[in-house]
Write a new protein. Structure first.
Length: 329
């Protein structure tokens, strides 16, 4: 019998330590892995999907091998990069058109493969990442959530600001970065306190939506990683670091303790219910543990990072990812 074969969609095995870690563990278990980055698909790969006598054959041809996609036992959406046009296409309109057609081909191809996929099929995990849907579903499942406004309306923003005496934060709705700014630098944006300057420029909201939330007091922040039916909870003591106290994603791991956390049973059940309702087999959930003991939901990332949590706490998250990827075998 052939060994399990997992296709990993990511930008680069060597540049993606999460992929490298899991691929090494899968190899130790006797599984075969292939890492593929769709970014340079036009230049370095070919696809054919052939229908004959009521059967379908799907093949991916790379520089190194030809893959029988129907023989895969799992597909892992790790961190693939968007397609870019082949440099031979010098006409911008033609290049854009062909990239969109190639992206349509690959999206259709991955969507209809018969093997299990992690965190889910693309159509499922893309929808699961919608912030408006996440907040509504979390509240329905019993999670406390911050009072929130998602708006392009300056009056709504200013009313929210006044109601909370200015103790509010803003977050991007989708992309947390802007590329091509100035001399080509990337500007990133996480959770930010609202300043008097923000209030003065509130009318600029008409150009771009933001998430506005009340500022929730924190005892610690919780990163809850759900992999299949396994739950790994870590507490991040962000409040001991001035750099990370508003948003732990301003990583200050030399100062900020990370410890294993025991979730209350009802919170763990809500986390599983959330991933179930979203159709996910993996999800990284961010919660705030308040001084009065409430677990307040912030968001779920269907493809969030975990390796730093594993390194700092010893939680065997990578092993659990392997478990899920091998279920299809």
């Amino acid at each position: 019998m052939s060994p399990p074969h997992v296709l990993v969609l990511t930008y680069d095995r060597e540049g993606d330590p999460h992929a490298a870690r899991v691929c090494d563990l899968l190899a130790e278990r006797g599984a075969r892995t292939t890492v593929f980055n769709p970014e340079h698909f036009q230049t370095t790969a070919r696809v054919d999907v052939v229908y004959v006598d009521g059967t379908v054959r799907r093949r991916l041809h790379t520089a190194d091998e030809t893959l029988d996609l129907d023989a895969l036992t799992a597909l892992w959406w790790r961190r693939p990069m968007p397609l870019v046009p082949d440099p031979a296409l010098t006409d911008r309109a033609i290049a854009d058109y062909t990239v969109k057609e190639c992206q349509s081909l690959l999206s259709n191809l991955w969507e209809h493969l018969g093997c299990p996929q992690l965190p889910a099929r693309e159509s499922v995990f893309r929808r699961a990442g919608h912030k408006l849907h996440q907040l509504a579903l979390a509240a329905e499942l019993g999670f406390p959530i911050p009072e929130t406004a998602i708006t392009t309306n300056a009056e709504t923003f200013l009313d929210f600001h006044d109601r909370h005496d200015g103790r509010i934060v803003t977050k991007p709705l989708g992309l947390p970065w802007v590329t091509g700014v100035g001399d080509g630098f990337m500007v990133s944006r996480a959770c930010e306190p609202v300043t008097t300057r923000d209030v003065a420029y509130a009318d600029a909201l008409r150009f771009c939506p933001i998430i506005v939330q009340e500022q929730i007091p924190k005892r610690v922040e919780l990163r809850v990683t759900v992999v299949g039916r396994q739950i790994f909870a870590a507490e991040i003591h962000s409040q001991v670091s001035n750099h990370a106290r508003l948003d732990w994603r301003r990583y200050d791991t030399q100062v900020t303790p990370h410890l294993v956390h025991r979730l209350p049973d009802e919170v763990a059940a809500r986390c599983l219910a959330l991933t179930d309702r979203l159709g996910l087999r993996y999800g990284a959930i961010d919660l705030i543990l308040t001084p009065d003991g409430r677990c307040v939901f912030l968001e779920i990332n269907p493809n969030g990072q975990w390796l730093w949590i594993e390194h700092l706490t010893g939680l065997p998250i990578s092993e659990a990812v392997c478990d899920v990827l091998l279920e299809g075998a």
